[in-house]
Design a protein around this ligand. Structure first.
Ligand SMILES: [Zn+2]
Length: 407
């Protein structure tokens, strides 16, 4: 499956940073690769895995130029939490600290933020398994108790839960798109709850009072809100994950969610928000820039969006120059086997190497994910060759301030 990549890795050899001139991959079938189906002019899109014939520089960046703090990983999950249906506070683990540390040590990742640590007893278990077992390497965040939302006492219960989690050692509060796209008045039923619902005000304020940044992900790529038809640039991805489509039914538009989110930013100026996935609008850097200009309490993170940033390398480079103090390195990494279904975020050595290549080199037209077909959209990316000063900030200095840790 990953033949092209293995092939160039063999060419690049074992050097820490190897730049090699490559040869365009020939049309001849390579050993071990699935044969092409007979198609002629009727080849199905799913069978199309075109190879680039470009002869361009390929750099393997095995280690980052400076130590990295990855502020967006998922090593645990509140069970049912993603759909707002968590019945209790149980947490499921999808990696052990030992497995995670092996990848981190190989790839120069000094520390990670495990965003989805759940709440209550599950959160305590996550803290014990990661943060307390390996101080300084893992920082776990708590999550809202979505299942308790229908309780009339929820606003205060939630504020208290945030306070308790902070005292136990939480490093942030993670708000998934459960808010805005899944959570309904009666949990799974009734009207969707809006992102700026007043019943969350005590939660946002508690986060500020206890100095917990809020890692927010309440909307998705614009294409997820459009029909899955021949014009949708994420057609393959939505085919693999039809539940990611928020087109039709009673879903709000992407714009409506962003406006509700902005009202939350404006109403809680003391709360620090990390807009995950480049402020959940990586396709629209002018809008993200405007948001950063409007809200001093907003920062952003890169997770699972180098595919977007890397296809607009000149705009991206300007964005990094302008907001270099407010951008965090993040990957949205999910360990295998679960992560395999989303190669752009699979927690593996190859994923980190692609991020480093994007940020550090001026390589052209390469894959943004370790997969035979680009999983988010059928395009490739260009490196933005950040200068050392900006790289250091994005790799770890900004995150050190966020987490309150010393280098
Ligand atoms: Zn994530």
């Amino acid at each position: 499956m990953y033949l092209d990549r293995r092939k160039w890795m063999a060419v690049a050899g074992a050097g820490a940073v190897g730049a090699v001139a490559t040869h365009a991959k020939g049309a001849v079938q390579a050993a071990g690769e699935e044969p092409c189906p007979p198609g002629g002019g009727d080849l199905a899109l799913k069978d199309f895995r075109q190879r680039s014939m470009l002869h361009v520089k390929e750099t393997r960046v095995e280690k980052p130029r400076f130590p990295v703090i990855d502020v967006h990983t998922h090593f645990s999950f509140a069970r049912g939490g993603r759909t707002g249906a968590a019945a209790d506070d149980a947490v499921a683990f999808n990696a052990t600290a030992r497995d995670a540390l092996a990848v981190m040590d190989r790839k120069g990742v000094r520390a990670v933020v495990n965003l989805t640590g759940g709440f209550g007893r599950g959160f305590e278990q996550a803290l014990a398994a990661f943060d307390r077992a390996h101080p300084g390497r893992f920082f776990t965040c708590t999550e809202p108790m979505w299942g308790a939302f229908p309780d009339p006492k929820y606003p205060q219960l939630q504020a208290d839960a945030v306070e308790n989690a902070a005292k136990a050692g939480a490093k942030g509060l993670k708000v998934l798109k459960t808010l805005g796209l899944y959570l309904r008045e009666k949990g799974r039923e009734g009207p969707l709850v809006k992102v700026d619902d007043r019943r969350f005000d005590p939660m946002w304020e508690a986060a500020a009072a206890h100095r917990l940044p809020v890692y927010m992900h309440v909307s998705d790529p614009e294409a997820f809100f459009l029909p899955i038809d021949c014009t949708n640039e994420r057609y393959d991805e939505l085919g693999h994950h039809p539940d990611w489509s928020f087109h039709g039914k009673d879903f709000p538009s992407h714009r409506e969610i962003m406006e509700a989110r902005d009202r939350v930013f404006a109403r809680h100026p003391k709360t620090l928000f990390v807009g995950l996935h480049v402020g959940h609008d990586a396709e629209n850097l002018p809008f993200v820039s405007e948001s950063l200009d409007r809200f001093p309490n907003l920062t952003v993170e890169l997770g699972a969006r180098i595919g977007e940033l890397g296809r607009q390398p000149r705009a991206s480079r300007k964005f990094f120059e302008a907001y270099q103090d407010r951008i965090f390195f993040g990957t949205d990494a999910v360990p295998p086997p679960e992560g395999e279904s989303t190669p752009q975020q699979v927690f593996k050595d190859e994923l980190y190497e692609i991020y480093y290549r994007f940020l550090e080199t001026d390589d052209e037209y390469f894959d943004y994910a370790p997969a035979p077909v680009p999983p988010q959209g059928r395009w490739r990316i260009y490196g933005i060759a950040l200068p050392d000063g900006i790289l250091k900030k994005v790799y770890h200095e900004n995150a050190e301030r966020l987490l309150g840790v010393k280098a």
